[in-house]
Design a protein around this ligand. Structure first.
Ligand code: FES
Ligand code: FE2
Length: 336
């Protein structure tokens, strides 16, 4: 399976549902392809290739009127199935038969999802990512300069935190030997970390008194889910959707979910938001620097990975070759 095929068979988040207002057009780029999003009179979302068949004007600069999408240049109008319904200057029904390329779109868990291949009916819908219990939710959006792999690995790699986020994530100067477990799933791979230690992660400590288990899961090809648990109880979850706009630009839509009533979080909200902003900025800068430096080298040498790079090598294989075998892996110990 090639990377393009893998992307064709995946659902990508194109932002939050509330970004798409009725009567407005929204342009999103997915894998170098501009897509126009809009809602019809009933509020149902639609996604088409953002190119007018007449003279290739971006349809996203046009307007929505009476449930149809009208191009800004010569006014061709399309209905919600993408069929051309009017050519101004020609009698009704005299226009050529033409239909816009339509992407399957699905609204779920506050996100707009689009299926990678517009010519295929998706055999399954987007995954369920929200926990069963109601949790307080904070959404955010962020842009990264780098490849999809660079961003995915970064958010699932705890070893960089000592260097890149040392003031926020790692209080202790000494490392601790902890055990980890790698679980291979049908749709990706997961690392579980046990007993990182009392003060290892200040961020996690805001979610519960004794977070003793954390987990980072990659769901191919574009989702990261980070869980913070007290025993078996889920205290917080971070869901990150990564959408490759181009080979070097990735948009992230993220949700932080924390157990507890929203009133509990009001006092710490400014702190939480500030912390998230700082963390994301630190990641953005390091990814950008790594990526732009890598471009200076014409040969693409293979990365030198070690046991401590828990998920990176497997993620790379998922992105290059598709599904991996579900194998059992024994426990590993690392210094974290
Ligand atoms: S380019 Fe769209 S109507 Fe002419
Ligand atoms: Fe980071």
């Amino acid at each position: 399976m090639k990377t393009q095929e893998i992307y064709n068979k995946a659902w990508f988040s194109l932002g939050f549902s509330k970004e798409l207002k009725k009567g407005k057009l929204l342009q999103k780029i997915l894998l170098e392809t501009p897509i126009v999003l809009w809602r019809d009179e009933k509020g149902k979302a639609h996604a088409f290739l953002d190119r007018c068949p007449h003279r290739h004007m971006p349809l996203s600069t046009g307007r929505v009127k009476k449930g149809s999408l009208r191009c800004r240049y010569h006014g061709w109008a399309f209905n919600n199935t993408g069929s051309l319904i009017e050519v101004p200057g020609l009698e009704k029904g005299k226009g050529p038969s033409c239909t816009l390329k339509k992407f399957e779109i699905f609204e779920k868990e506050q996100f707009l999802w689009v299926y990678g291949d517009p010519s295929e009916k998706p055999p399954y819908g987007p995954p369920n990512l929200l926990p069963k219990n109601k949790m307080f939710r904070l959404n955010t959006k962020y842009n990264f300069e780098g490849g999809l792999f660079d961003v995915l690995e970064n958010f699932l790699d705890p070893t960089h935190t000592h260097f890149v986020h040392k003031t926020l994530l790692r209080l202790s100067k000494t490392r601790k030997r902890i055990s980890t477990k790698i679980l291979h799933h049908e749709d990706g791979v997961q690392a579980v970390y046990f007993d990182e230690g009392e003060e290892a992660n200040i961020f996690a400590k805001t979610f519960g008194k004794k977070i003793d288990k954390t987990s980072g899961r990659f769901r191919s090809p574009n989702i990261v889910v980070l869980d913070y648990l007290e025993g078996e109880k889920l205290k917080a979850r971070i869901i990150l959707h990564f959408t490759p706009k181009t080979s070097e630009k990735v948009e992230m839509g993220g949700s932080l979910l924390v157990k507890g009533h929203k009133f509990l979080f009001f006092p710490i909200m400014p702190f939480l938001k500030l912390m998230l902003k700082k963390l994301l900025k630190e990641d953005r800068l390091i990814i950008q620097e790594k990526y732009s430096h890598e471009k200076l080298f014409p040969t693409k040498d293979i990365y030198k990975s070690t046991e401590a790079d828990l998920l990176g090598p497997t993620i790379k294989k998922w992105l290059l070759k598709g599904p991996r075998p579900t194998i059992k892996e024994k426990q590993r110990e690392i210094w974290l």
